[in-house]
Design a protein. Structure first.
Length: 544
């Protein structure tokens, strides 16, 4: 079967293509449209489809819309209820449902040749669950989905056995861990449905002094579900407006919420494992992007193995929806082959972009050695190699790299990216070296979805990537999976003795990650980056 997955309902519109059970392409619309998160997460935008991402998926496979056997749309309006009945205050939610019901017609317009009858609605949380259970390498696995909301629930707990999902619990709205986190994100002056990770980062600067209040308001119910009672956040901490300096009070609220989230996740995982006796848990839903909570779950939870969908937010439902429909149609689905499911260019195509831009460039013998040499000289490098990543993390395909040994490289990279100074940057490390430097979080960790403790002996050697609490969000690099990145890391280690490089996403503030070569050149041209390594070519800002 040829199945196109579409996520369009809330935010992070994305498309994915699964052919005969194999994931061949996946991309987020923001990388094409250059609008962060693709669109605003409001009911008025629910009609907007990932048109460019969907067309690219078809082009990538050399097929037309008419060739598709099914289109999986990751929201089923038949399962929704009016917002007021679900206890949600959203007077325009009916628009969202109306747009969802007419999605087959919209899709047929966006993808000429598509039969609207091929569009099937996949329940939102089943699409998330499949993005974990079916995309992971574990055919027998428990699955937990936690996000803001789907049609009428915010959570799913279940188990996959050889591709078949048994749902064991779900939590009806308005109770939602994701919506609570979004409320606090907004209260702390950040953008809801976008900046939740900033709350997690801020948490490490605070102490959880509001934990008693949150333990009352947010609690599990012993049946696999939970309650989230309304909280007057202003009674705890004065709201922060965006642009205002954050205070210790704001950090304390973030720390309290973060800790309570971790406690509740542990209780939910404990309940699920008690039902199944399973040893593996896969996670999806926006809450699963909380890498601090993931590490807590891995360390203190009941499971031996934890696998998190790298595109755990709604973008991942495009892939999950497609895998679910393919499996339901009788195809044997295979695990996702990696995160590099997006666009890529051959050397000739890259060179054509460079020629068009009329920038001085050179083809180097060994781009890994050249970049390692530049990094050892404390240059900031834009690294553009292979196909782009699916999900919010740069994992060695569209990355900004720097030397980890200089503490001020954190500030330098945050300046390049024009973002808040409390935001950490992350280390990429050769997988074989990781356990000597990082502990507590699970290793290997190829998708940067957990935090680890940095060994005290290493903290002074790689200060740029050590967070204020002594942790780091690690990406381990295996030479089999990522040969070029591993070569670069090895070459850097030969020069510096450090098997670690600073890695952050290749973009500037408020913009999506770089995706095509022109984006890379624009980013390089507008930010103080010393070297652009794009395919086998390099562009230097200055001689070094
Ligand atoms: Fe979701």
């Amino acid at each position: 079967m040829k199945v196109l997955g579409i996520n369009a309902i809330f935010h992070d519109p994305a498309a994915a293509l699964v052919i005969d059970g194999e994931t061949v392409a996946a991309g987020e619309e923001e990388r094409f449209s250059r609008r962060k998160h693709g669109k605003r997460p409001v009911p008025f935008s629910a009609w907007e489809l990932p048109e460019q991402a969907a067309r690219w998926c078809l082009d990538q496979a050399g097929i037309d819309a008419a060739d598709l056997d099914a289109v999986a749309y990751s929201f089923d309006p038949a399962l929704a209820r009016p917002a007021e009945e679900m206890g949600l205050r959203d007077p325009w939610d009916h628009l969202r449902l109306a747009y969802a019901r007419t999605a087959p017609g919209f899709l047929a317009t966006a993808l000429p040749g598509l039969d609207p009858g091929q569009v099937c609605f996949v329940p939102h949380h089943i699409a998330h669950a499949a993005s974990a259970g079916l995309a992971s390498p574990h055919p027998q696995t428990d699955v937990l989905v936690l996000d803001g909301r789907g049609e009428s629930v915010s959570h799913l707990a279940g188990r996959y056995d050889d591709g078949a999902l048994e749902i064991l619990a779900s939590q009806a709205l308005p109770h939602s861990l994701g919506l609570v986190f979004e409320d606090v994100t907004e209260h702390l002056g950040f953008l809801r449905s976008s900046d939740e990770y900033k709350v997690m980062a801020l948490a490490s600067y605070g102490s959880p002094r509001f934990l008693p209040e949150l333990r009352v308001a947010i609690r599990t119910t012993g049946d696999g579900g939970f309650r989230t009672d309304p909280v007057d956040w202003s009674s705890l901490v004065k709201a922060r407006s965006s642009g205002e300096e954050w205070t210790a009070d704001h950090a304390d609220l973030a720390a309290s919420l973060q800790l309570r989230l971790e406690e509740v996740l542990l209780e939910l995982a404990g309940w699920l494992q008690g039902r199944t006796g399973g040893d593996t848990l896969t996670l999806a839903g926006g809450v699963a992007l909380n890498c601090v909570a993931n590490s807590r779950l891995a360390g203190d939870g009941p499971y031996r193995r934890l696998w998190v969908q790298p595109a755990a937010g709604d973008a991942g439902t495009a892939l999950g929806g497609a895998l679910h429909v393919a499996r339901s149609g009788g195809d044997l689905t295979t695990p996702m082959p990696g995160v590099d499911l997006g666009r890529g260019w051959n050397d000739d195509e890259v060179e054509a972009w460079l020629t068009t831009a009329r920038v001085p460039y050179e083809r180097v013998d060994d781009v890994a050695e050249t970049v390692a040499s530049a990094l050892a000289a404390n240059c900031v490098v834009a690294w553009f190699q292979g196909r782009s990543e699916y999900g919010p993390r740069a994992l060695g395909h569209r990355s900004l790299l720097a030397h980890p040994g200089y503490a001020d490289n954190l500030e330098r990279l945050n300046d390049v990216k024009g973002r808040e100074q409390f935001r950490p940057v992350a280390p990429m490390v050769l997988a074989a070296r990781a356990s000597a430097i990082f502990s507590r979080g699970p290793l290997p960790s190829p998708f940067m979805l957990f935090v680890h403790d940095v060994d005290p002996a290493w903290r002074d050697r790689i200060p740029a990537v050590v967070h204020v609490d002594g942790t780091a969000r690690v990406q381990t690099v295996d030479p089999v999976d990522e040969p070029l990145v591993a070569q670069m890391l090895s070459a850097f280690e030969r020069r510096t003795g450090l098997p670690v490089v600073v890695n952050t996403s290749l973009n500037t503030a408020g913009r999506p990650m770089v995706d095509d070569p022109r984006d890379a050149l624009e980013c390089f041209g507008s930010a103080p980056v010393d070297l652009l390594a794009i395919g086998p070519f390099v562009v230097r800002r200055r001689a070094f």
